[in-house]
Design a protein around this ligand. Structure first.
Ligand code: NAP
Length: 300
């Protein structure tokens, strides 16, 4: 079967596309999922070049890349619910999802999909709204009157802004000049700012950092001098003031809720282009090298 394997830390171009990878055998505790659509997330290419890119220990190579995707259950182990057979599911598989078939043992890591939810929308829930919700909790706990969001046009930024629609505080979505038009198309009722357009705000502010750019944060702290910074990107003290790094704490109930929100339209998944699995390197380069226009996907 097809599998995308990382064997070193030499980056995207060093990935190996295997066509002869052994198909896994189902044990009583597993379901076997034939994968259909997978997301390309920044964590993928970061892990492919840096063994310390994330807090998880993923330095053991070789490994199948990816953390999740969408597929159909084609075999069910004796200890699992037989009704799962033929169900379309979103699967979280932190030990690797970029293979034609994925074995899933943890019932909390599979999410049956209602007919109305497309494979693409469900796949774009991976590494997206869960992190946005973590940021929303930080915002909810803050008393700051101004909320500044860097990388507002990012996939996580657009999920977060959808979640903040009832927050009555002043929100300052920050985008690069190249992404302003795209942001306004996605969020016509919220004005986005480039860093150069900002006034100086003396009141307390919370800077939510999704872009992970130190020069941008430098600039923003001039306009928002009384600030606290929460980042999902900058992990270390590589800035001249404290930054609180936060990461998603996976909660299966949240994902069931996101899927319901896709059904009702309360949540819309930002989606860009889809590439065939054979073009995985092109897909990762495209996602890394171009401005964010939604989640890039690959299909088997
Ligand atoms: N801590 C966690 O739990 C966690 C979980 C998932 C993801 N992440 C991280 O969160 C980040 C966002 O993920 P995503 O999937 O939403 O990514 P994405 O859609 O690719 O968006 C990246 C965003 O960063 C902006 N950006 C990048 N470099 C910039 C720079 N030098 N100056 C200004 N803006 C810059 C981009 O602006 P343009 O589009 O205009 O270029 C874009 O808005 C990634 O770094 C990812 O690794 C963290």
């Amino acid at each position: 079967m097809y599998a995308i394997i990382q064997t070193n830390f030499n980056g995207i171009d060093a990935l190996t596309i295997r066509t002869d990878y052994p198909k896994p055998a189902v044990t009583p505790n597993d379901v076997l999922i034939k994968m259909t659509v997978l997301p390309v997330v920044p964590t993928d290419w970061k892990r492919e070049s840096n063994p310390n890119a994330t807090t998880e220990q993923l330095a053991d190579l070789p490994r199948i890349i990816g953390v999740g995707g969408v597929g159909t259950i084609v075999a069910v182990g004796d200890n699992r619910d037989p009704q799962l057979l033929n169900q379309r599911v979103l699967v979280m598989n932190p030990s690797g999802s970029y293979s034609e078939y994925v074995l899933s043992e943890n019932p909390n890591f599979i999410f049956p999909l209602p007919n109305i939810v497309t494979n693409e929308s469900a796949a774009a829930l991976t590494a997206g709204p869960g992190t946005a919700l973590t940021l929303k909790h930080e915002i909810d706990q803050s008393t700051a009157r101004h909320i500044v969001i860097t990388g507002a046009n990012s996939v996580i930024g657009l999920y977060l802004l959808q979640m903040l629609q009832t927050d009555s505080r002043q929100i300052w979505p920050i985008v690069s000049p190249n992404s302003q038009t795209y942001f306004q198309q996605q969020m016509p009722t919220i004005k986005a700012y480039t860093a150069e357009e900002l006034p100086t705000i003396e009141a307390d502010s919370l800077i939510i950092d999704i872009a992970g750019s130190v020069p941008l944060l430098d600039q923003l702290t001039q306009y928002f001098p009384h600030n606290q910074i929460v980042s999902i990107v900058l992990m270390h003290a590589d800035f001249n003031q404290p930054i609180k790094f936060v990461h998603e704490d996976f909660n299966a109930d949240d994902y069931r809720h996101f899927i319901q929100q896709l059904v009702t339209g309360e949540l819309v998944a930002p989606i860009d282009r889809t590439f065939p699995i054979t073009a995985i390197k092109t897909a990762q380069h495209y996602a890394q090298d171009t401005h964010s226009r939604g989640r890039v996907l690959v299909t088997f």
